[in-house]
Design a protein around this ligand. Structure first.
Ligand code: ADP
Ligand code: MG
Length: 311
């Protein structure tokens, strides 16, 4: 039995031409294995193919080629089992305005064939904080409440995998925190979480592993901490007590003076230690008033990997 939640092999999607637009190759052969139990982040700029990938998993978009295995079930061979293993919170708000939250959850459970005795409608209403609105029409709910209801709908059939497509795009801080608390709780209970976000800080904080996708291809996939370690460029900023003269720096270090007089040293921590730089500064007779270092964050990794032009 595969120990992956999701396995993609050579996944391709070409959208057919329509109107003035020619055919669009949205996924160009994606290979990706997502471990069970993880919080996995799918990152990429707009148009990279994230929603296409997720909508293929959800069974909403038909793939052009490749193999999709969900919780060990090939989507083409065992469509029912593979569908049962996954719940998807889509990027678009697509709710029937005439349903109440309780009604929407019941209908969704019915669609997935969950017997009445096994439904967890009340538990889900509590989780998403909509007990008080259980009988309100969806059209009377705020945008945040509708999003929470979409999360609830993704959970009705007790899936092993929860997929969230840009769950926090354009939502307020309070809702964002609530969604992340929900996600962390579900993950702690054993659910595998896959999410897309373009808030890099959020991915850095939430995800165990990350794949960056650009122009329909995975450009990198690694544990979050490894990804951050890849960029070993560092910056050391030294504020001297008095305007400083030239500093003889170790090989491989670049030094610039900022307009405010601060000295900015750029180096690679695999080649040079901060100590060696401080030593050089002191040797130049400079008294140090303040020191700060800057490390690469996910944003730098992202920019470095996605700044290439379209193929
Ligand atoms: P992302 O979610 O990363 O922003 P998408 O998967 O939505 O990216 O889109 C990937 C590419 O496929 C984009 O160029 C987009 O314009 C195109 N695309 C998405 N959906 C369709 C569609 N239904 N028909 C044609 N092109 C589409
Ligand atoms: Mg999208």
């Amino acid at each position: 039995m595969s120990d992956h939640a999701i396995e993609l092999q050579g996944l391709r999607k070409t959208y057919a031409a329509s109107g003035n637009d020619g055919p669009k190759e949205a996924l160009k052969g994606v290979d990706l294995a997502i471990p069970r139990g993880s919080i996995f982040g799918l990152l990429g700029p707009n148009g990279a193919g994230k929603s296409t990938l997720i909508n293929i998993l959800a069974g909403l978009v038909t793939k052009t080629a490749g193999r999709v295995t969900i919780w060990g079930f090939d989507q083409d061979v065992n469509p029912r089992q593979s569908r049962a293993a996954i719940g998807v919170m889509p990027q678009e708000l697509n709710l029937d305005p005439f349903f109440t939250p309780r009604g929407a959850l019941e209908v969704q459970a019915g669609l997935y064939g969950v017997p009445k005795a096994q439904r967890r409608t009340e538990e889900i209403l509590r989780l998403i904080g909509l007990e008080d609105k259980a009988e309100a029409y969806a059209r009377s709910l705020s945008g945040g409440m509708r999003r929470r209801l979409l999360l609830g709908k993704a959970l009705v059939h007790h899936p092993q995998i929860l997929v969230l497509d840009e769950p926090t795009a354009g939502v307020d801080i309070e809702l964002r925190q609530m969604l992340w608390a929900n996600v962390r709780q579900l993950n702690a209970e054993g659910m595998t979480i896959i999410l897309t976000t373009h808030y890099l800080e959020e991915a850095q904080e939430m995800c165990d592993e990350i794949a960056i996708i650009n122009h329909g291809a995975v450009v990198v996939r690694d544990r979050t901490e490894n990804l951050l370690a890849r960029l070993d460029a560092k910056t050391l900023v030294i504020v001297p007590d008095e305007p400083a003269g030239p500093v003889t720096v170790p090989e491989g270090v670049e030094c610039a003076t900022r307009p405010d007089g601060a000295l900015v040293f750029s180096y690679h921590r695999s080649q040079v230690t901060a100590d060696a730089i401080l030593e050089a500064v002191r040797a130049a007779g400079i008294t140090i008033r303040d020191v700060a270092t800057e490390e690469a964050d996910l944003e730098d990794v992202f920019v470095a990997l996605t700044s290439t032009k379209a193929a």
